[in-house]
Design a protein around this ligand. Sequence first.
Ligand SMILES: [Zn+2]
Length: 347
Amino acid sequence: MNTTAHTDPSMVVAEMTDPYVENQEFPGIIYPTSVTATLAAFRRSFPDAARLVPEEDDGAAALSVHSRDYVDFVKEGAKRPEGATKFPLNVIALPELRVSEPRTFEGRHAGYFFDEVTHATPAVCAGALRSAAASRQGARRLAGMAAARPASPPLMLVPSRPPGHHALPAVGGGLCLFANAAIAARELSRGGRVAVLDIDQDHGNGTQAVFYDDPSVLTVSIHAEGWPHVAGFAEETGGPGAPHGNLNLPLPTGSGFAAYEPALETALEAIRRFDPAYLVLALGYDAQWEQGFGALRLESEDFAVLGRRIAGLRLPTLVTTEGCYGYYESTAVAATHFFDAWAEQWR
Ligand SMILES: [Zn+2]
């Protein structure tokens, strides 16, 4: 693995950033802001953080969570010439529709995504493969950092784009191709119990699906009622193998931080009770009121409370980046509040 900075065993804060993910402008509505604003804020709050660079892994990390045929499809998508696929496709290949096996890339695409906004362009596919690789390698490094027993719990940022928390094992959607938070959690679960906390405005349905019947990983999502409409309800508490392995805390649209804060406390209390060895945080900014779908109407300053309280768990933590709708300034302000508060809490 390449490392561009400190690799000493006392390392407590690091980022695992793929240069392609950091710099690529993706076509469509996958905004760079979640990565660029997060990195700027993180680097200001933690100026001594190690900067690690992941290696490409040819889809190996994605395979830890996703089906082989889906991963192969995304790998194929990464190799197609830009512009070769005509989006939107206007078909979602529900089982009832299918008479014959699809014969084109477009036809197969229609069976791999549950909505019509997710476009597997070459750049998006390449970013998904690299984000998945970075998530697993970031998890491995975080486990190594935690094993050195530093005075403060270690923190690892893995900027990921496209985002991941809506991606299911064999199907993508919601702009997500590979479930980065789940890939990190699966890797970390080799060394102990893992909690995933999802503070994106939308339900982390993909992460929930991956671990729904897995007692080694607790999945918690605080989100606005609504998208993706067919998951995210409070009664989804886990499968037969993990009857309390999932906690959904849906909030009414427009409810604001007065309703959010008690939900956050409920989430943190559930995580403390689960007593995990690691935390994976799916960090989205779209709960902020200025963002296009800011249904939870959080203020930028509320992200300081989120940073402080989540850091207060004092767990080795890996952060992935999720939703955001292109408002650089407000995202940057929220990210700065979040990481400044985290740094202060751990100082
Ligand atoms: Zn979202």
